[in-house]
Design a protein around this ligand. Structure first.
Ligand code: ADP
Ligand code: ZN
Ligand code: ZN
Length: 731
């Protein structure tokens, strides 16, 4: 018997090993193995097994033998392996890279994170006799009391019993010696949910719109787009659909954007399904992730909540996959393998016979169009379930009437009203740091990061300049690096400066700031939101972190300080993103009985995306944007792929981009190939970046042309090249 094994070397090929006789019966695809490789021993996954003719397969040299099976339970089912192979194919990535993306790194070191602890069980044994007091086995009064409590509790973890009963381990050892207790090491799962108290919740009585949506979802034969405004009760529908699948003994995956993976979201699932829920996200420790993943694989946890990598979770008998906020860019991985977890969810649903629900208040135009063409079915919810109404949205034209500050008069008045009434406000500004850049008033130049040629951002907290592209920093210069003038001033507004300006206007207001700088610690994200929820602050000021999924009943005002930031991005999705962002942010207001108000500040008051967002008119926005995209030959009417080149040598990067552009333009198959062009971010971390953009009706000709070109004319080592199929960002 022969095994084809994928080894983590990014070589994009499988290696064949001979299976020793004693392993033949135990070996299965998807298992993790230990195999010899050169002079080393490495780990690898079994991809294929075959009973081959060893002589011919091996040719002249002898095949090496598998050393051992690291874990007999496969990490991947055959179906999951099938999905992995297809993703490798689609995204033009080595199959090992997909395997690696699919399993948390912590899990690949079996045993390393396993945690055992002492567990105490009451034993009947001589207890009865002991209590009656014959001979040496007599229990002291203290021991008898501990024993009685142990029986009452029915056993428990040693350290917890000690804490609860105010005793030490010695007493349990004594009990064991006297035959009244049994102590053993047991594996203990570190459950990240246990850190907080979970209050059980019951299913709500659905409103008629929700009933219809749930029925449609449960009967669906294709993916369902659940298009419901924020607060329309989508999450309640997810919960009840999952409950149905659990009744059938099947499992569920719920994907949420990392940013929305707050305790609040997780708790809604945990309080309905208890310890059947497992959470996978980046804030977990390695040990926690290890345990959660094993709880899933062993079938102890049937509902997985996590970000994009959760789509690979080894859930047994998967019944439903939910992709919440399906339009979110974070479902697309920006590194090899560049997969979109939403598309993988659709594929996995098809292969495993599971329902797929894509939920959003502002569906991606790709999904919206799939619903229009009938590839997906669609359910729409237009009313808020909790009884709240959609907020009134007002636009403030910052070019009008001499508004100069960060805050318009109108917004300030609205905030003051909330402070008076004891209601809360959320303010949104999508730029962290104190201010945008340090600009010279003599020559107009900015202080830029040398490796990225991009202006630094001033950070007040540590009084330095930081580059938001490479993370580098420098001290404040005294003089302009271009002309030597000392007249440097700050331009643009970041969250820190907005906070200080706000505090000046409202001295007594309690303000919380939430951005990447204020949430570095493991729990600070939760801490800030928790404090705001408990009304320990009046105003929450933050970046896009606060835009999603949060449900604060006492918030009646949402202010967007600068709606134009995302509109000015050099990307064809800028209008779509702006609409989504504004709609999401607005959705934070008026979630309960209190009516909500939204104030949007902009210098592009006549922009269609901004106007549509104000009117909460998704359908109107989508119709206009789809027509524009069709005319321009852009997604969702086509597939857009980007080949990226980067090198420390500008000319080299450009030359190879040009070469590939010319080569692909001649390739067979219908596609439109751009000239080589510098990326919008031309230089990053010392690399010059060029790209070629390809639009095509089908993906396959692009993939085969690229594969062929890369095989025949690979660029030299000094040029890094990669293709991004269905790219999300073209910057
Ligand atoms: P979405 O996920 O669409 O934003 P949620 O499921 O979070 O909406 O629901 C918004 C609010 O409405 C929540 O506070 C939720 O508890 C409440 N809610 C949802 N469905 C119902 C229902 N059928 N009856 C009463 N309240 C509901
Ligand atoms: Zn930089
Ligand atoms: Zn200058």
């Amino acid at each position: 018997m022969l095994a084809k094994v994928a080894i983590d070397l990014a070589l994009d090929r499988l290696f064949t090993y001979e299976v020793p006789q004693e392993l033949e019966k135990k070996l299965a695809v998807g298992q993790l193995l230990s195999v010899p490789f050169g002079s080393r021993v490495v780990r690898g996954f079994v991809m294929e097994l075959e009973t081959g003719d060893q002589e011919s397969e091996a040719g002249n040299y002898k095949l090496k033998k598998i050393i051992s099976i690291v874990d007999e339970v496969p990490f991947f089912s055959e179906r999951l392996l099938d999905i992995v192979r297809r993703i490798a194919q689609w995204t033009v990535s080595p199959v090992e890279s997909v395997l690696k993306a699919a399993v948390p790194a912590a899990v690949l070191k079996p045993g390393a994170h396993e945690k055992t602890q002492l567990y105490v069980d009451p034993a009947d044994g001589k207890a009865g006799a002991a209590k009656k007091g014959d001979g040496l086995d007599v229990l002291t009064r203290r021991q008898a009391w501990v024993y009685e409590n142990l029986v009452r509790l029915g056993g428990g973890w040693m350290h917890q019993l000690c804490a609860e009963l105010g005793t030490t381990a010695t007493i349990f050892r004594e009990l064991e010696r006297k035959g009244c207790a049994k102590i053993e090491e047991r594996q203990r799962f570190r459950a990240p949910l246990a850190r907080r108290q979970v209050v059980p919740s019951k299913a709500l009585a659905l409103n008629p719109g929700q009933v219809e949506a749930l029925e449609k979802i449960l009967k669906a034969e294709k993916p369902v787009l659940l298009h419901g405004i924020t607060g329309s009760g989508k999450t309640e529908i997810y919960l009840q659909a999952i409950a149905r699948k659990l009744e059938e003994g099947r499992g569920a995956i719920v994907m949420v954007p990392e940013i929305a993976l707050t305790p609040q979201t997780v708790q809604r699932f945990a309080s309905r399904f208890g310890d059947k829920v497992a959470v996978l996200h980046s804030a977990l420790s390695d040990g926690e992730r290890y345990d959660e993943w094993h709880r899933i694989r062993s079938g102890k946890a049937l509902v997985v909540v996590g970000p994009r990598s959760a789509v690979f979770a080894p859930v047994k008998d998967l019944g439903i996959i939910i992709v919440d906020e399906e339009h979110e860019g974070s479902y697309k991985q920006e590194d090899t393998p560049r997969y979109n977890a939403r598309d993988v969810a659709v594929l996995r649903g098809k292969i495993e016979g599971a329902l797929v629900v894509l939920g959003s208040a502002t569906p991606s135009l790709e999904s919206y169009r799939n619903a229009q063409t009938g590839k997906y079915s669609c359910v729409t919810l237009t009313e808020r379930a909790g009884g709240g109404t959609l907020p009134a949205v007002r636009l403030v034209d910052m070019d009008d009437g001499g508004e100069t500050g960060i805050y318009s008069q109108e917004l300030l008045a609205a905030i003051a009203k909330r402070l008076d009434r004891g209601e809360q406000t959320i303010l949104f500004l999508n730029r962290r740091g104190y201010s945008r850049s340090l600009t010279c008033e003599s020559c107009g130049g900015t202080v830029d990061c040398d490796s990225c040629d991009t202006p630094y951002t001033y950070h007040r907290a540590d009084n330095c300049l930081r580059c938001h592209l490479c993370g580098g920093w420098r001290e404040l210069p005294r003089r302009c690096p271009h002309c030597g003038s000392d007249r440097l001033s700050y331009r643009g507004i970041g969250t820190q400066r907005a906070e200080i300006a706000l505090q000046k206007c409202f001295r007594r207001a309690r303000i919380l700031r939430m951005d990447a700088d204020s949430t570095r610690g493991k729990n600070s994200h939760d801490d800030i939101l928790g404090a705001f929820r408990r009304h320990e602050a009046d105003i929450l000021l933050g970046t896009q972190m606060i835009a999603k999924g949060l449900d604060f009943p006492n918030v009646t005002l949402v202010g967007v300080l600068n709606a134009d930031q995302s509109l000015n991005m050099p990307d064809f999705r800028a209008a779509e993103r702006t609409f989504q962002l504004l709609a999401q942010v607005s959705g934070r207001a008026g979630r309960s009985r209190l009516p909500g108000e939204v104030v949007i500040q902009t210098r592009n008051a006549s922009n269609p995306a901004i106007k549509a967002a104000c009117a909460c008119d998704y359908v109107g926005f989508a119709a206009g944007e789809l027509a524009d995209r069709r005319e321009a030959g852009l997604p969702p009417w086509t597939h857009l792929s980007v080949i990226r080149f980067k090198s420390r040598d500008r000319e080299l990067a450009e030359r190879w981009a040009r070469f590939y552009s010319e080569m692909l333009a001649k390739a067979p198959g219908k596609m439109r190939v751009s000239d080589a062009m510098p990326s919008a971010i031309e230089k990053q971390e010392g690399y010059f970046r060029y790209q070629v953009v390809i639009t095509s009706e089908l993906i396959s000709p692009v993939v085969s042309a690229y594969r062929q070109a890369a095989a025949q004319c690979p660029p030299p080592k000094a040029v890094k090249m990669a293709i991004d199929i269905d790219a999300h960002n073209i910057v």
